[in-house]
Design a protein around this ligand. Structure first.
Ligand code: PA5
Length: 353
């Protein structure tokens, strides 16, 4: 088995510089904020709702925006992972069409529909067809650096949207929160990074706990729900392994019942509770009771509580742990964390007709 304390061995398995990209997230977030603030986006008409349309690594930034804005913005943010837009999308809808590659067919289709419906549009991409189309259509393009895996570009695919909403006067205090986030990410990088040995590194420890088991990640509605979803996606795409996620309080009304059979399979689950100081107090209590119900039936349970002051830093304190954990899990399986051949294959097949 790979020794997680052997940084050279980890790097040798990582053909795309995925660990290096993870380590660069603090700088990426600062740069992403600058890009967003400098974006030439004309003043908007009255905005009644915001839609972020994208898939996979380009959609999770939309979920981060949705959760972040829930208590801060007077209009709803909806994340659309589809070819078509919801029927409410119209002239008073601001659409962020987000595709890191710029070539994702669902996003390109939704972009065209947004044009037809007369929505206010902003394209967020590193290039590709989306960049070319938007430039030809006179649609504002926020162009971010290319060369990363989309899921390693979460700063670029989220923070420019915050910065634009701040420029429009729809959000306040983003600059301060991004500055805190960048500082905190440096601390988390030291805690979770390659050079920090297993005995002091929570990400390496958690990867070892996940190995040969199935992670089940539970967050709370309105706070860590997006983190739970992100952890699941990161285990899937980085470690090429299954993982599942759900949210409180909803899971107390269905999923928690399903911990009786089959007992052998349940003993392969490793359950993670993601906690945040802004979780509803009743949700915090639900987590405690739920832990008691399931703990003896599964392989293990880990609770992680966010750290930091602002919501961005708190969410990313958890996201970053999941990012590193999933990359370490990849190497424990002897897997290269960066390439996603199955997604590439699917996109190739779909492109044929
Ligand atoms: O992380 C990944 O590589 C995927 O989830 C992609 O983000 C997804 O396939 C969409 O591609 P893109 O982000 O280029 O629009």
């Amino acid at each position: 088995m790979v020794n997680l304390n052997d940084a050279g061995c980890l790097k040798a398995l990582d053909s795309t510089g995925f660990f290096e990209a993870l380590a660069g997230l603090s700088e990426q977030c600062l740069k992403a904020y600058e890009i967003g603030r400098k974006a030439a986006v004309p003043a908007l008409p009255e905005v009644q709702n915001i839609v972020v349309t994208g898939l996979g690594g380009s959609a999770i930034g939309g979920d981060l925006l949705r959760v972040y804005c829930q208590e801060r913005l007077g209009v709803p943010v909806v994340v659309n992972r589809d070819y078509t837009l919801p029927a409410f999308a119209g002239a008073k809808t601001l659409i962020f069409a987000v595709s890191y590659s710029g070539n994702t067919e669902e996003t390109l289709n939704a972009y065209q529909q947004a044009r037809e419906e007369g929505c206010a549009l902003v394209a967020l991409t590193s290039g590709g067809k989306l960049q070319a189309l938007a430039a030809a259509d006179g649609v504002p393009v926020v162009q971010v650096p290319s060369g990363l895996a989309p899921r390693a570009a979460t700063g670029y695919l989220f923070i420019p949207m915050l910065a634009i909403l701040e420029s429009f006067g729809m959000l306040a205090g983003v600059a301060g929160e991004v500055a805190e986030l960048a500082r905190e990410l440096e601390t988390y990088r030291a805690a979770y990074g390659l050079e920090t040995p297993e005995e002091k590194n929570p990400a390496k420890q958690l990867a070892l706990a996940f190995k040969d088991r199935i992670p089940v990640v539970w967050g709370a509605s309105g706070t860590t729900e997006v983190v739970a979803q992100r952890w699941k996606g990161q285990v899937n795409e980085n470690a090429k392994a299954p993982a599942y996620w759900n949210v409180f309080p909803e899971l107390n009304h269905n999923e928690v019942v399903g911990f009786e059979k089959p007992e052998e399979l349940l003993r392969q689950l490793w359950v993670v509770f993601l906690r945040d100081r802004e979780d509803h107090p009743r949700v915090s209590y639900r987590m405690e009771v739920t832990r008691q119900i399931i703990e003896k039936k599964v392989a293990g349970v880990t609770e992680v509580t966010s750290t930091g002051a602002g919501m961005l830093a708190r969410l990313y304190s958890l996201i970053y742990l999941g990012d590193w954990t999933s990359a370490y899990l990849a190497v424990l399986y002897g897997i290269d964390p960066g390439p996603v051949k199955v997604i590439d294959y699917l996109k190739g097949e779909l492109a044929k007709r």
